[in-house]
Design a protein around this ligand. Sequence first.
Ligand code: PLP
Length: 440
Amino acid sequence: MTDAAQPDLDARTRELDRAHVFHSWSAQALISPPVLAGGLGSTVWDHAGNRWLDFSSQLVNTNIGHQHPAVISAIHAQADLMATVAPSTASLPRGEAARRILAHAPDGFSKVFFTNGGADAIENAIRMARLHTGRDKVLSTYRSYHGNTGAAIVSTGDWRRIPNEYARGHVHFFGPYLYRSEFWASTPEEESARALHHLERVIQSEGPAGIAAILLESVPGTAGILIPPPGYLAGVRALADKYGIVLILDEVMAGFGRTGRWFAFDGYDVVPDLIAFAKGVNSGYVPVGGVIISDVIAADFDETVFPGGLTYSGHPLAAASIVGALDAMESEGIVPHAAHIGSDVIGPGLRALQERHAIIGEVRGEGVFWAMELVTDRDSREPVSAGAMAELKKGLFSAGLLPFVQDNRIHVVPPCVVTEDEVAQALSIYDDVLGKNNEG
Ligand code: PLP
């Protein structure tokens, strides 16, 4: 539980942070990061003992919740045994972690390449696709985030790509997003068919013989939790097959329980060639990610060297934390729990909020992966301004909820272990804060 309150440590943490820590994606002088000192399950607190419901899962990674004892003790036990080991060795926790990950993968996958996180998982998946096909171009969507390294950030579609465009061979296209359709569609079926037509035209126009991979988040996360419409992912698979292109699905945010399934793509009648993962695989207790490789692509590197590697590939503390996390998720039924929470509690709860607050233009999601899209007017769908979103974020935080706010959306992304009671508390906070906002 919360340690004895030590409010002076909050001040010290803030002072050190402001003096010496350089933060991601920030103008350093303009930020004021909240202090967090501890957590348990879906709750976090500062040194003074102020508590928040963590409906961000940090960066949508604490799927198993904070401080799950099985993961902590797996890390402790491995630290006592051997805290680091070279990637060129065979290590029991690494093999056990790979075996457990593969237990949830489709047939035809029996190898895992471990990385330090999600971006380098994408980086290596792209490299494998290029080596496998002998082609160069990578197609990905404008509404995406794939990580902050060379090819991963240029595969990313959002604004973060533009100041970092140094890698070559990247082409972007529009994926489906019915609420803000690029295709003048009015039904999910129309959106799916037209988005597939657009993708095929991009493939033809770019020259299929030069395209190595189509890279997609199974459910685009940071871009807005964009649930794919019926037939879309299966249609992309068919286009990849037609033109001999490798299909990479990015499950970094959507994987390992977030959608109420082990892999998000399990719900969409599609099997990729390469699967990138990170975050939920061990809930981020130790940094790790990786690529799950289809047997067909893995076979390329049976007799030929794979030209890639990392000092910490399959680090034993990360591997042990994966074993601890996946065993606990399995034995405690955490993935079906996330599915239940999504369909029976969060979904109906957010739809009820939408009825009460005109500012909520759309609610969408599944499992513990939901977005409320906020608009100034339901007809024009004009996004709520950045200033108003900042006020809402402040209001939620003051009311005891750590939110995930992105553009004009509030993403409702608690840990998979969140209870019905905690969701009810969060819904009441969203209700109050949105109500105050509506009152002007
Ligand atoms: N892919 C997706 C879908 C992500 O959401 C992220 C991070 O948010 C990444 C890749 C990059 O992962 P990391 O930050 O671990 O490098």
